[in-house]
Write a protein that binds this ligand. Structure first.
Ligand SMILES: C[S@@+](CC[C@H](N)C(=O)[O-])C[C@H]1O[C@@H](n2cnc3c(N)ncnc32)[C@H](O)[C@@H]1O
Length: 292
């Protein structure tokens, strides 16, 4: 084994041969308690127990799910169900046909697992630059998810106009560079007139964030942090600021935009059909439509 391989410059854990520890399926978790997420607000078609009974797959330990929700495993599961249900609601609202769903930066399938046990989309694609996440999905989630390890160089091995919906949640918040090429790549694979769901961190969050906010410590602890007002002023001038923690690998930064820049630049590639502040909680959320 080598300490560093060339693939690590453009992806993560490429030489890992993972041996995963996992948690039980949601129905077998020792406790199912939620402090912060209220499933009665999800607009589910069936009672919550229906989904708990269907999801028979193990839950990743926190280290294999980007640390999401720490030891609050049931909330991790609920958060995926919430995003999946919201995605279904948006698909309905925007008249999306339920064929090919693509998630960029899927991690170990927080959201996709909830499409795997329900007949919502007929094809499910997961992409992530972290081989451990892709290996986790291949090993533990059903075969109706096609999981592919991609690199930080924007390219998705899918045909032009073949995806009915693409999502990238908390991903453009860490794409240091080539993000316009990623947007163009998403646009290329989308069927004309259908939508992509993308979240970003903007000056809006910088203004309203508190110390409980997940990126607060890393954002304000970085050498480029110059206090709220000055940081926002710089952001408005530059449009995009990258706080890098390392120079030799991908996914090593916080990326923050100004809302004006997002509206200006993203709208050159897509029609921005919805721009929601702080949705569902800590980021801005965009519904982007391929024009033609
Ligand atoms: C903060 S996590 C969000 C995970 C997931 N979208 C969710 O909402 O649970 C960001 C994920 O994006 C992946 N990622 C970052 N840059 C990427 C890129 N250029 N292509 C694919 N995946 C990427 C990371 O490896 C990580 O799994």
């Amino acid at each position: 084994m080598f300490d560093k391989i060339w693939e690590d410059a453009i992806s993560l854990n490429s030489q890992a041969e993972p041996d995963f520890e996992t948690l039980p399926a949601v129905s077998d978790l020792p406790e199912r308690v939620s402090w912060g997420i209220d499933p009665s607000t999800f607009r589910l078609e069936h009672p919550l127990d229906h989904y708990i009974a269907l999801d028979r797959f193990p839950i990743p330990i926190a280290e294999d799910r980007e640390g999401y929700y720490g030891d609050r495993h049931f909330e991790y599961w609920l958060s995926g169900l919430q995003t999946a249900q919201e995605t279904i609601n948006l698909a309905k609202a925007h008249d999306i046909s339920h064929n090919v769903y693509v998630e960029l930066g899927s991690a170990s399938g927080r959201v996709l697992r909830h499409f795997a046990y329900r007949p919502v989309f007929s094809e499910l694609w997961a992409f992530d630059i972290n081989w451990r996440h892709i290996a986790w999905i291949i090993r533990h989630l059903p075969r109706n998810i096609t999981a592919i390890h991609n690199s930080s160089v924007p390219s998705l091995p899918l045909l032009d106009s073949s995806a009915d919906m693409v999502s990238a949640m908390s991903v453009f918040t860490h794409i240091e560079t080539f993000e316009l090429q990623w947007l163009a790549e998403i646009r290329r694979i989308l069927v004309p007139r259908v939508i992509a769901l993308i979240s970003v961190v903007t000056d809006h969050q910088i203004r309203s964030m508190t110390s409980e906010w997940p990126m607060y410590a890393s954002l304000t602890g970085h050498a480029t942090w110059s206090g709220t007002d000055d940081f926002i002023a710089k952001l408005r001038q530059q449009g995009k600021l990258v706080q890098r923690w390392r120079a030799d690998s991908s996914y090593s930064s916080n990326v923050i935009y100004s809302e004006d820049y997002v509206r200006d630049v993203f709208s050159r590639l897509f029609e921005i059909v919805e721009y929601r502040h702080q949705y569902p909680d800590f980021q801005d959320f965009l519904v982007l439509r391929r024009r033609s």
